[in-house]
Design a binder for this molecule. Structure first.
Ligand code: FO1
Length: 302
């Protein structure tokens, strides 16, 4: 069975862990709109989170970065007067240096992602959503425009969100293999990642939404459980966009392309509202507390 999964950060990585344990041939298409140039290197937080989780190297407690990483380089940079709020670990730095070198020598982000995932022993195919730069910018209610990592890490998601923009999206194309992997998949899975800033940029690329609408089997998993996100600012961002902060609200955002939506047991009351959108609903435990829970959810999707 061929599965193509659209994924962002931790919610995506956790479901990929489950899919990776199955007899399925899975390709993950990963958000790159959180990417940033920091300390002279190209950081791809969502690609790296997914890669590290699949490689069994992730700091699963913190969500991002590598287990038992040290922070000597960033601390040394801090002593040199560099703003050190983005805590890039030493071994994580090595991944980003390797990527930066590959890109500087003419490799695409797709090629660099492939080389890094192989070097780290990841079996699953991982494709960045695009080789072209797309960057999430947050317009705040006090009139500032922040890069995503500034909003997310430096300001801890505290500023009110007035607008979310994806700079560069108009000129970006899906990476090679993205459209083909959706078309040829028996099942497309939309992971329980932030619908605005993780899945949103993937869907905003040309041709992706149309290809998903045409696909007969697109299943999503709600990242909102009982009106809140397990991690990150998804609830605040949905609210800021005037969307309902609930499983049904997320289903509405995806209603043109979803065939099935999987919601948590806590949201069984939303079943009727989602079915009214023409989407089948499955209710199950969607909280992925460990690899066994990820496997259970992935198996039920298949
Ligand atoms: N998140 C934080 O909350 N604080 C950090 O200092 C931080 C550093 C960091 C370094 C590398 C990396 O790949 C991710 C990092 N993240 C950090 C996570 C990242 O900002 C977000 O998880 C994603 O952009 C959202 O999916």
């Amino acid at each position: 069975m061929k599965v193509t999964a659209l994924a962002g950060g931790v919610g995506g990585a956790k479901l990929l862990i489950g899919l990776d344990q199955l007899e399925a041939d899975t390709t993950a298409i990963i958000n790159t709109a959180d990417d940033a140039e920091m300390y002279g290197v190209h950081v791809c937080p969502d690609i790296d989170i997914c890669t590290y989780w699949l490689a069994g190297l992730a700091d699963t407690e913190r969500g991002w970065g590598l287990q038992d990483d040290s922070f000597e380089v960033i601390d040394a940079l801090g002593k040199l007067g560099v703003e050190d709020w983005f805590r890039l670990g030493d071994r994580d730095f090595a991944t980003c240096l390797r990527r930066t070198d590959l890109l500087a020598s003419g490799e695409t982000l797709t090629g660099a992602t492939e080389l890094i995932r192989r070097a780290l022993g990841v079996q699953m195919a991982l494709i960045p959503m695009s080789d072209d730069p797309v960057r999430t910018r947050i317009g705040t209610t006090d009139g500032r425009t922040l890069d995503f990592q500034e909003y997310f890490v430096k300001h801890r998601c505290e500023p009110g969100v007035a607008e979310v923009r994806f700079a560069g999206i108009a000129d970006a194309k899906p990476a090679p293999g993205v459209i083909e992997s959706i078309r040829s998949a028996d099942l497309v899975v939309i992971c329980p990642s932030n619908p605005v800033v993780s899945i949103g940029p993937i869907l905003a690329l040309p041709e992706i939404r149309e290809t998903l609408i045409e696909h007969p089997r697109v299943a999503g998993v709600s990242p909102i459980i009982a009106g809140a996100a397990l991690k990150g600012p998804a609830a605040e961002m949905l609210g800021a966009q005037g969307e309902e902060v609930s499983a049904a609200g997320v289903a509405k955002l995806y209603s043109d392309l979803l065939d099935v939506f999987v919601v948590d047991l806590a949201d069984r009351d939303h079943t009727h509202a989602i079915e009214e959108l023409g989407i089948d609903v499955r209710v199950t435990d969607t909280v992925m507390t460990d690899a066994a829970a990820s496997l259970r959810l992935a198996s039920s999707l298949l």
